[in-house]
Design a protein around this ligand. Structure first.
Ligand code: ZN
Length: 160
């Protein structure tokens, strides 16, 4: 079987950024399963895996435009100290959460300022060139229910 639209693809992956730092890996846990052709994973990786089979190993480099997008400077803004709960410690690199129009969003503290903090609402991986070391471990046909939901059920997928 080949990775194609409507197939459930399982893979081990190790994600590194352009400085070589490992950001995430599935090694040591279950492989990641995704529904091919349903935007479950970033476009650049999905494209690179199209047509591959079980046992396929490759290193895939994904530019920001095909990954989590470029950083949007308008999503970096200053928030005054009183906008934060008084009991939380704010420091550079910390993640804070806010209720946005479309649910909870994650913001990263860029640095502290005189009156509060500079926050970045971009995806933490936005603007980064990403490298994935991937190994396809399984490919199967998706069930009708999975196709309706647009994601994988069971092992390595949604449990519901
Ligand atoms: Zn579902």
């Amino acid at each position: 079987m080949k990775a194609a639209r409507g197939m459930v693809v399982s893979m081990h992956y190790t994600l590194t950024d352009d400085s070589g730092e490992v950001l995430d890996t599935s090694r040591g846990r279950e492989p990641l399963s995704y529904l091919h052709g349903h935007s479950n994973i970033i476009p650049g990786l999905e494209k690179a895996l199209e047509g591959t089979g079980v046992g396929h190993k490759s290193k895939v480099t994904v530019a920001p435009a095909e990954g989590y997008g470029e950083k949007n400077p308008e999503m970096i803004f200053e928030a005054p100290r009183e906008h934060f709960p008084p009991d939380i410690k704010i420091e550079a690199g910390a993640r804070v959460f806010a209720e946005g129009e479309h649910g909870r969003i994650t913001l990263t503290v860029v640095r502290l300022t005189e009156n509060g903090a500079l926050l970045d609402a971009n995806h933490p991986l936005a603007g980064k060139t990403l490298s994935f070391d991937v190994e396809i471990t399984d490919i199967r046909t998706a069930t009708d229910e999975e196709l309706t939901h647009g994601h994988v059920h069971g092992e390595g997928g949604h449990q519901h």
